[in-house]
Design a protein around this ligand. Structure first.
Ligand code: ARG
Length: 299
């Protein structure tokens, strides 16, 4: 079983996605209603000047739009109870990493969040996944940070992970992540603080295609992306930085749920046979998140 961590193009010599085992697509998504969602401090550049500006009614309506879009595209939407005082809990893609082992055991790896306020979310997700019957795993190294699916994403349909680091997660965690999920990890280094999570600049669309914002990565990492994906779509600056175009959520490589107004990205995505569906997530972008991080795919 390959649990190697690949950090440069030389390592990848002889590696082929075709040789990675396939993985079933998750049938559902976990979401957290935005009852207590707010911007109260600055954890990333999107949040600067946004404290106290969230329109709660608009946020609720936008969240319902995202929830309904997942349901309309065949995903069973499950809910976790929101907790007062945990204003970021609605971004439920960050507090865990979820996947299947080679024996199809459902595993939930708990994140180690960089910000103390977000660390308090993790036990609630632990309890939820435990109740659902997942095997709960935690990282042994207590000092290393890991922000779940914010930085670690599955290659569509394959037993292969992409691991981002540089702002929220530490590169050292990925050896353990690879062993827990029994999958190789390709490391990507983030170098632009506006793209603080991998899911803000890297959106795998299908086994062959990805949407990225190139200047979020160092050259070595860009080389790794180009080596693996034959089709690399490039997000335009305004759409990537202001509309979080790369934080789109792709459902079964057929539909891309994405922030309204990302017209160039939408056109490119349509050109490769995936149907873009525009949603409004403006209230959540004030906190640095959009469609992708408002849900955790579950099996
Ligand atoms: N305010 C949250 C934070 O900074 C937003 C997280 C959004 N998630 C994402 N993966 N982009 O942690």
């Amino acid at each position: 079983m390959n649990t190697q961590v690949y950090a440069n193009a030389n390592d990848l010599r002889g590696f082929s996605v075709k040789n990675c085992a396939s993985m079933p697509q998750p049938g559902g998504v976990l979401m957290c209603p935005p009852d207590h969602y707010d911007v109260v401090d600055v954890k990333n550049p999107f949040m600067i000047g946004k404290a106290g500006t969230v329109d709660k009614a608009a946020a609720r309506a936008q969240w319902e739009g995202v929830r309904d879009a997942y349901a309309a595209n065949g995903k069973l939407v499950k809910l976790i109870d929101p907790v007062e005082g945990l204003e970021d809990m609605t971004f439920c893609a960050n507090t865990t990493m979820v996947g299947l082992t080679t024996r199809m055991d459902r595993v939930c790896l708990l994140s180690r969040m960089r910000h103390p306020s977000r660390r308090r979310e993790v036990p609630y997700f632990e309890a939820w996944f435990k109740k659902e019957g997942y095997r709960i795993e935690r990282l042994k190294d207590e000092t290393a940070m890991f922000e779940g699916m914010g930085d670690c994403v599955w290659h569509p349909g394959k037993r292969l992970l992409w691991g981002g680091y540089g702002f929220r997660s530490d590169p050292e965690v990925y050896k353990e992540v690879a062993e827990i999920f029994e999958a190789p990890v390709i490391l990507l280094r983030l170098v632009n603080e506006r793209f603080y999570h991998l899911d803000t600049c890297f959106c795998p669309l299908s086994q062959e295609s990805v949407l990225i914002y190139p200047s979020a990565f160092d050259p070595e990492s860009l080389g790794l992306i180009l080596k693996i994906f034959p089709i690399v779509l490039v997000a335009e600056e305004y759409e990537a930085t202001k509309l979080l175009a790369c934080n789109a959520a792709v459902v079964d490589s057929k539909v891309a749920l994405m922030q309204k107004g990302s017209d160039i990205a939408a056109r490119h995505i349509r050109a490769i046979g995936i149907n873009p569906v525009e949603l409004e997530t403006g209230e959540f972008m004030k906190s640095g998140g959009s469609v992708f991080c408002m849900r955790m795919p579950v099996y």
